[in-house]
Design a protein around this ligand. Structure first.
Ligand code: ATP
Ligand code: ZN
Ligand code: MG
Length: 526
């Protein structure tokens, strides 16, 4: 009996598709989904089961697949057929009940019906899944899980290659979100990043009009390291770095109650997944790899090759190492593991900590000449954590302390601007002028030798971004916020020397107190 029904269906498979829905009903949105999927059953459906299925499909089209959507919207099973124990469905939908959600809803509610006939559901095969939307300037060649992309009449049609588990993991939703992001990026593409002047210092006296990097090179204060974008800092400029650090600690960190910590400098992918850097860091990361095994035998031929040729067989090495993440890029993300999945007592807020324990690394775009844009740089990172009010207030106090430093100690000309924070920029919202609470203030110093302004540090209010993604909670249940401030020592040096020059006689007395005497020449060359 069961067999006969299935064969019947099979014999007429081409034409017997049951037309149950009305296609192309009034569609308010331009987003369309077309899904063909096969629900695999543990046995053939008999006539009664098929009849009940037919009724169930109609009921779904009336109710289940419309639930939550405005009138006239939702998903619809436009046809189905039963063949060799498989139920093949074609579902069309709009944005309100996406076809894959409709399919999962349908399956869930079908299970008890088939159960009555002792038939179980084994799995889903996705035969076709197309998403059609307005292209709005999108020009894509490839996307994850995408078989093909075509364009017609200002629309883009994306054909997806998905398994059941991809549907359950909501991959189509994530692809849609990605498309929205790309459209947003295309929309902002031609526009500059948001930049709004907040403050400008008074004019200052300049004692220099050359590029300080050139002058430092001439005097032997610095020399290129052997790696890309890397300098070796001699005793004089190292003394300057340390003086800047001392000023920062004594005039900013300690008065504001900061305590020092040591953050890791190798950053795992798990950290970057949570911080959001995994969304965009790839062209700028310094990747870190570890050997697949520590067994010396595994590496012996590599060592032998070098001993014989004096060359490093880097391609062979690549096959034997494994990438685990990268070198410190933004400094504060790996700190958050310290608080991950923990509950903070309200009484310890605000928390103010800083790290100056190592280098940061970025693969910068070409033309790295000066010390101000390098692949390996030195930065002190301040992190502040508290309630929303505390964080906003602290950022303000931090700015005030910085102003004292730049005005009274370094005596430089600088300005402050409200800019798009990096985590919004990488979502393609570069031109978005966000509200004034979450966001970044860039501090820029004037470079007399080229008439440009250089960002030398920033203060960011990151909202609940980090506590949320690292699962950090507050005992009272109140919202936890954080902010951070990255102080680049190369950038402070570049700005200060560009305005004041390399001769200490032109440096402000307040600054000279922190520097002391510059070291005598240590190296003499012949
Ligand atoms: P830029 O736009 O100049 O590349 P950024 O926006 O990438 O700077 P952030 O990510 O905000 O910089 O980093 C915070 C601070 O780190 C900067 O203000 C700067 O002091 C320092 N910094 C960033 N990149 C470099 C670099 N390549 N060389 C030296 N210092 C850097
Ligand atoms: Zn930070
Ligand atoms: Mg940069």
């Amino acid at each position: 009996m069961t067999r006969a029904t299935a064969t019947e269906a099979g014999a007429e498979k081409e034409k017997e598709e049951e037309k149950v829905g009305e296609k192309g009903k009034g569609e308010p949105s331009a987003l369309r989904f077309r899904l063909v999927a096969v629900l695999k059953c543990s046995a053939d459906l008999n006539e009664d089961a098929v009849a009940e299925l037919r009724k169930f499909v109609s009921a779904c089209n009336e109710g289940l697949l419309k639930r939550g959507a405005p009138a006239g919207c939702g998903a619809e099973i436009v046809s189905f057929k039963v063949l060799n124990g498989n139920i093949e469905l074609e579902i069309h939908s709009d944005r309100f009940v996406r076809a894959h959600d409709a399919l999962l809803r349908f399956r869930k509610n079908l299970a008890p019906i088939l159960g009555k006939y002792r038939i179980g559901l084994r799995g889903i095969e996705v035969k076709k899944y197309e998403i059609e939307m307005e292209s709005q300037g999108l020009k894509l060649k490839t996307l994850p899980f995408v078989k093909s992309i075509s364009y017609s009449d200002g629309n883009i049609v994306i054909s997806l290659d998905l398994t059941e588990s991809d549907l359950e993991r909501r991959i189509p939703d994530r692809i849609l979100r990605l498309l929205e992001e790309k459209k947003e990026a295309a929309r902002w593409g031609g526009k500059k990043e948001h930049w709004e002047l907040l403050f400008e210092s008074r004019r200052k006296e300049f004692f220099f009009n050359k590029d300080p990097t050139e002058e430092m090179l001439r005097r032997g204060w610095i020399r290129h390291g052997s790696a890309r974008g890397q300098w070796i800092y001699g005793p004089q400029v190292t003394r300057l770095f340390r003086a800047f650090e001392k000023i920062l600690l004594e005039e900013v960190c300690y008065p504001l109650g900061y305590v020092e910590m040591i953050f890791p400098k190798v950053v795992s992918w798990d950290v970057w997944k949570r911080s959001g850097h995994a969304r965009a860091i790839y062209p700028e990361a310094y990747y870190v790899c570890v050997p697949k095994t520590r067994d010396p035998e595994f590496w012996e031929d590599i060592a032998d090759y070098f001993k014989v040729t004096g060359e490093i067989p880097t391609e062979k090495i690549m096959e034997r190492i494994e990438n685990i993440g990268g070198l410190c890029y933004a400094q504060c993300p790996p700190f958050w593991v310290f608080l991950q999945r923990r509950v903070l007592a309200d009484e310890c807020l605000p928390i103010c900590i800083f790290d100056r324990s190592g280098t940061s690394h970025r693969y910068e775009s070409g033309g790295i000449h000066g010390i101000e844009r390098v692949d390996e740089f030195h930065r002190v990172e301040l992190v502040f954590i508290g309630t929303k009010e505390q964080v906003i207030e602290h950022a303000q106090r931090l700015r005030e302390r910085y102003r004292i430093v730049f005005d009274k100690i370094l005596d430089i000309e600088w300005r402050e601007a409200w800019v798009t924070p990096w985590f919004m920029a990488q979502e393609g919202r570069a031109g978005v002028a966000s509200q004034k609470e979450v966001g970044t203030i860039d501090f820029e110093g004037f470079l007399p030798y080229n008439g440009k302004w250089l960002e030398f540090q920033n203060v960011s209010i990151n909202g609940d971004k980090y506590p949320k993604s690292f699962g950090v909670k507050l005992q009272s249940g109140r919202e936890l916020w954080s902010g951070c401030s990255g102080v680049g020592l190369e950038r402070w040096t570049a700005v200060f020397l560009a305005q004041k020059g390399l001769d200490p006689e032109n440096w402000p007395d307040a600054f000279k107190k922190f520097v002391g005497e510059l070291p005598e020449e240590v190296f003499k060359f012949v």
